[in-house]
Design a protein around this ligand. Sequence first.
Ligand code: ADP
Ligand code: MG
Length: 345
Amino acid sequence: ESVINRIAAGEIIHRPSSALKELIENSLDAGSTSIRVTVKDGGMKLLQIQDNGCGIRTSDLPILAERFTTSKISSFSDLSKLTTYGFRGEALASISYVSHLSVVTKTKAETCAWKAYYADGALIPAKEGMSPDPKPSAGNDGTTITVENLFYNTPTRLSALRGSSEEYARILDVVTKYAIHNPSVAFTCKKAGSPTPDITTPSGSNIKQAIKQLYGQTIAKDLVHVNTSSDDNEDEDEDEDGENSWTAEAYFTNANYQSKKTIFLLFINHRLVESSRIKKALESIYNGILPKGTSPFMYLSLQLDPRSVDVNVHPTKREVHFLNEEAIIEQISTKILETLVGQSQ
Ligand code: ADP
Ligand code: MG
């Protein structure tokens, strides 16, 4: 059974950066304003994330790494929203099947922190012969999740990974993108033992400042900012809070910025997602604006009715789909194009 669970876990957690994505989302869901990431050997030896969020109640620790354990569903009516926001209660369970996982956590109500170790979806003792129960520990309010020796028991996953510097680059990419989308949260990312982080962002920043800090002044000075929503669509009268209502915020570079490779950040309902179709559609805005062979920077944050989104329905499906995708992207593209053209006149 645990072999099957390991294989299933590998479908959700592909590499260190995908484990980190899940952990960052958990820290953000917990209301953290500070998220610190420490990495050893591209995340294969160590991936640690320390937050100052709400913490995990001691009574929840025994079931924390059980599959489908989630605190993010309070009522039956939320069920339809559950999977589409990425709340499946599978991340920590999956990680516990393919790594050495430990958690130190403290809620405000607790007088001390608690430490727990997990394997194969359940609490395990820190050392053989000890009880598996969580132990009191030193720690501040918030949660520190430590993932060691990722894929130590799944050699095929391990062999599919690139070297530690490429895996670390992917980790930096994930932290960078979440830091831009969450400029009010202070992020750091560093290699274990290194005195200086490779990423440090302040809390209380804004998206544009964050883009400037993380991608550089050349991008930041050539940005257009666009907000649009289903309300801006005059052609159709859709019900305001029905499945078709959506909002979008975009930061796109103008013709002054020309890069070799497109940088594309897509967030749907605050989850970082991938879509080669949307990327292509948005790149085509620049036909006739950018010289051939050059590419833009594009940040798009979409808020859709969760019922209309098909993110992570199946963990192996990495690309997002949603209702009226083409029409929505078309409307956003038009607005961005108008803004770009308007600016250059
Ligand atoms: P999901 O995020 O889908 O609920 P996860 O497996 O990612 O499932 O996490 C399981 C549960 O563990 C969460 O619902 C949450 O209650 C708790 N949790 C995980 N990480 C944190 C964290 N950093 N701070 C507070 N609670 C957390
Ligand atoms: Mg989660």
